[in-house]
Design a binder for this molecule. Structure first.
Ligand code: GDP
Ligand code: IMO
Ligand code: MG
Length: 433
């Protein structure tokens, strides 16, 4: 099996971390190809003594928890080096071996001024804010596109680093001081901060596209793991309420250096209902007790910022869109267990915008923000499904719900999550066959 891509189908937090982890030791490398420490992926591993160990990963690929799997931070990622080493130290303290980690020399680094700019810009936007994670992601990708970014490889030449930081600050300090009324940054201090990571980073830096190509040539399996999700993609998402990278399948190629011809399968992770963190349109959002119930039962609080996630019913229009944009070959449907106990489960099958029915996502964002869901309602179930390990273990109504949404989203559901644990899944079709 060559490379497989794993993306989120909705607005993030679908359970990508668990899905990657589930593939386990049959995967030789997991590559993070976009985003940075705006992501928060939770993985729950049940130990032999029955206790659960919970890990929250932000910058490191989920494969880091699988012994023998090589974790790779690809060129498409933006790296906060302080966070990287904090995360590594945290895992090492818990006995996780991180020595196999490799980092692309072409990945961009989040400079301290970009963290500040992210926060002050959001404050400046007021009601028009995006609701970013405040980690400096947007300004760092903006610098990359403006060709004033700092890359990992720049850290290893003091003159180059100083010239680049100085060039960027020429502009940024003007903006910070004159527009936002903030203190500017000192070139020496920024250079010293970035250079302080140099020695620890050096042994991890590699030509990752070359390394990955050699692995594929040996017949090894590589998972390209997205941060964020389809509707947060800067091109295909609900712009401007998106992140600043390509979180869809196409981004896996540019963000890793693996060409499209080497990708065999595209797996999309999709929750049995919908959540969103931050601002922006969300047609099936629930502001009532049902929404609160989903938040409580699903523990829907951000892994990165702790913000309560906005919750709503499953939106099949979004699922179909994810299939189309990513070329999905398999879905991993997560959190079906969270719906247990509901009398009935509505699913959005289409929208109405100004009296007109839309079966596909409206092209125009203004239309999408006015979209009113058209629901089809399915009967609920009360039985505990967390111990189900095959489709036949599911109560009839749960199975019917899965079959109905599978038809609507137009790609097969190969895995069903019935709990947060590594083992709490129904595997209908092996993702690595
Ligand atoms: P990611 O960002 O896509 O990796 O997702 P997050 O980790 O931010 O959020 C998903 C949450 O759902 C995590 O707390 C997971 O442990 C949990 N989770 C994943 N799959 C399931 C499932 O099938 N059932 C339940 N109850 N929880 C799940
Ligand atoms: P994972 O990988 C959910 C959202 C933020 C905000 C918007 C832009 O865990 O699914 P940014 O800081 O990226 O500029 O914020 O994107 N966002 C996420 N929402 N899950 C994530 O990651 C997210 N990463 C960013 O809330 O609305
Ligand atoms: Mg998350």
């Amino acid at each position: 099996m060559p490379a497989i891509v794993l993306v989120g189908a909705q607005w993030g937090d679908e359970g990508k971390g668990k899905a990657t982890d589930l593939l386990g030791s049959r995967v030789h490398a997991v590559v993070k190809f976009n985003g940075g420490n705006n992501a928060g992926h939770t993985i729950v591993i049940r130990q032999e003594d029955g206790q659960s160990e919970k890990y929250a990963l932000h910058l490191l690929p989920s494969g880091i928890l699988t012994p023998g799997c090589r974790p790779v931070i690809g060129n498409g990622v933006v790296i906060d080096l302080g966070v990287l080493f904090e995360e590594i130290d945290g895992l090492n303290a818990r006995g996780v071996d991180t020595s196999g980690l490799v980092v692309s020399g072409s990945a961009h680094v989040i400079a301290p001024y970009n963290r500040t700019l992210d926060k002050v810009t959001e404050r400046f936007l007021g009601n028009a804010r995006i609701g970013t994670t405040g980690r400096g992601i947007g300004p760092t990708y903006a610098d990359k596109m403006s060709r004033i970014g700092i890359r990992v490889q720049d850290l290893f030449d003091e003159d180059v680093l100083r010239a680049k930081v100085s060039g960027a600050l020429n502009l940024k300090n003007q903006v910070l001081v004159k527009i936002y009324n903030r203190k500017g940054f000192d070139v020496d201090a920024v250079v010293a901060e970035l250079a302080s990571y140099r020695d620890r980073l050096a042994p991890m830096v590699a030509d990752t596209p070359l390394l990955l190509e050699q692995m594929l040539d040996r017949g090894e399996t590589i998972v390209l793991e997205a941060g964020q999700a389809t509707l947060l993609d800067v091109d295909h998402g609900t712009y401007p309420f998106v992140t600043s990278s390509n979180a869809t399948a196409g981004g896996a190629c540019t963000g890793s250096g693996i060409p499209p011809t080497r990708i065999r399968r595209v797996v999309a992770v999709i929750k049995a209902y919908t959540t969103r963190v931050g601002e922006g349109p969300f047609p099936t959002e629930l502001d009532d007790a049902k929404g609160e119930l989903l938040r409580t039962n699903g523990a829907e609080f951000g892994t990165t910022t702790g913000r309560p996630r906005r919750c709503g019913w499953f939106d099949a229009v979004i699922g179909r869109y994810a299939t189309r944009i990513n070329g999905v070959t398999d879905f991993v449907l997560t959190k079906l267990d969270v719906l247990t106990g509901l009398d009935e489960v509505p699913v959005c099958v289409a929208y109405e915008v100004d009296g007109k029915r839309h079966d596909e996502l409206p092209m125009n964002q203004a239309d999408f923000s006015r979209a009113v869901p058209i629901y089809e309602t399915f009967p609920g179930w009360d039985e505990d499904i967390s111990t189900a390990r095959s489709l036949n273990d599911l109560p009839r109504n749960a199975r019917d719900y899965v079959t109905a949404i599978e038809k609507m989203i137009k790609a097969p559901i190969s895995v069903i999550g019935v709990g947060p644990g590594r083992d709490e899944s129904i595997v209908v079709r092996d993702l690595l066959d």
